[in-house]
Design a binder for this molecule. Structure first.
Ligand code: MG
Length: 385
């Protein structure tokens, strides 16, 4: 069990903006979200905890809810915010904890992997850092150069800084200068922990000033997004009943549809299309028909599950299209209600939901009115890997 903590409690006073900088969008995504998605994508973290400022509730809540991450309130200083999150993490009994600044949206898997490697090699902690390329001068009180300092022994520290959780907790418990702590490495080193430096990246630099936004956009644009599609097909047999359920809408009919759940063939096909777009298996793998829990279940739970899987993978649903194949009942009068329900469950604009119906000209099983079939296609925008 590993934990990632993202410190998002800063006020962002140096970058002059109306909203706190961690919530400003770069390439249409809040800065904080970039880091959350990087940790999620790595697949090595069981919980992600955001330490955020109580006064930023309106900006934080939508992100926390959409990405389904845990949160704590931050404190007066960075170290207090981290301590709050570390205390909260205790119940998960983590092995390693990664602590990352929200203002560094350029986190990628290569960095995460190299930090894990340093930890597995027996170091108490690890952090990314960069060598300095400029000459470094100490100055006097009149801003005059006083003494040159060899840059060979200096490094610029970045985050995530990662540690053996128990050792860092002990270090925090013994540290008493929380007002002045620069970062977690300082607290760890005060407790004699051994922190290994791994190669950092320019894209991991902190966004501090206004000019940094444009530069970061250039770095993040390297994460190329591509459209991906998935396809789904399903059919259910008619049985005795008074209505059929399609796209969550109950349509009165002289028969019902037979199935383990509510037999909503349209949403089953759509669920499979979404799972297919991210390379996962089908609905039956996630919800085995042998599991009595899903008997008579509303199929919105399957669709919701697939939607969450897409979001967790760092992708977004752009549009879906469903074709229902049957001789009867008539779909047309219910189409708008079906589009609305589907858009609601997927959290997308109704304009991005296509639903239509066709007959098979009395041929085949749908033509003989033995049941209803549905096909669906889903398009998502996903990070290229
Ligand atoms: Mg089905």
């Amino acid at each position: 069990m590993n934990i990632a903590i993202i410190v998002a409690s800063g006020g962002g006073s140096r970058a002059k903006t109306n909203i706190p900088k961690q919530y400003i969008k770069i390439l249409n995504k809040p800065i904080l979200q970039w880091s959350i998605e990087a940790f999620k994508k790595s697949g090595n973290f069981d919980e992600i905890i955001i330490a955020y400022n109580k006064e930023h509730e309106e900006f934080a809540t939508p992100i926390l809810n959409e990405l389904n991450v845990k949160s704590v309130y931050g404190g007066e200083t960075r170290a207090i915010s981290v301590k709050n999150a570390l205390d909260f993490a205790q119940e998960f009994n983590p092995k390693y904890v990664f602590i990352h600044d929200a203002a560094r949206p350029g986190l990628d898997n290569e960095i995460i992997e190299s930090i894990f490697e340093a930890l597995e090699n027996g170091n108490d902690g690890a952090m990314p850092s960069l060598v300095l390329s400029d000459a470094i001068w100490q100055i006097d009180e009149n801003n005059c150069a006083q003494k040159s300092i060899s840059r060979d022994i200096l490094r610029r520290a970045q985050t995530p800084q990662a540690f053996d959780y128990n050792k860092l907790m002990t270090a925090y418990q013994h540290f008493d200068n929380f007002e002045n702590a620069l970062d977690d490495a300082q607290i760890a080193i005060a407790a004699n922990l051994k922190i290994k430096l791994v190669a950092g990246k320019e894209r991991l630099d902190k966004i501090t000033f206004n000019k940094d936004f444009e530069k970061m956009e250039g770095h993040l644009a390297n994460n190329i997004y591509v459209p991906k599609t998935g396809i789904g097909l399903d059919a259910h047999q008619f049985c005795e009943g008074e209505f059929v359920t399609l796209c969550g809408v109950e349509i009165p009919y002289e028969k019902g549809l037979k199935g383990h759940s509510d037999a909503d063939a349209a949403w089953h096909a759509l669920t499979d299309a979404l799972l297919g777009a991210i390379g996962l298996g089908d609905i039956g793998q996630a919800f085995p028909p042998s599991d009595m829990k899903y008997k008579g279940a509303a199929s919105s739970i399957f669709l919701e599950f697939a939607k969450n899987k897409v979001i967790e993978s760092g992708a977004k649903i752009t549009n879906v299209d469903v074709v229902i194949i049957c001789e009867a009942p008539k779909i047309g009068p219910h189409r708008e209600a079906m589009r609305k329900k589907t858009a609601e469950v997927l959290g997308i604009n109704i304009k991005n939901v296509g639903i239509k119906a066709t007959t098979m000209e009395k041929m085949g099983f749908t033509g003989r009115k033995e049941g209803i079939a549905a096909q669906a296609i889903a398009t998502i925008i996903a990070p290229f890997e």
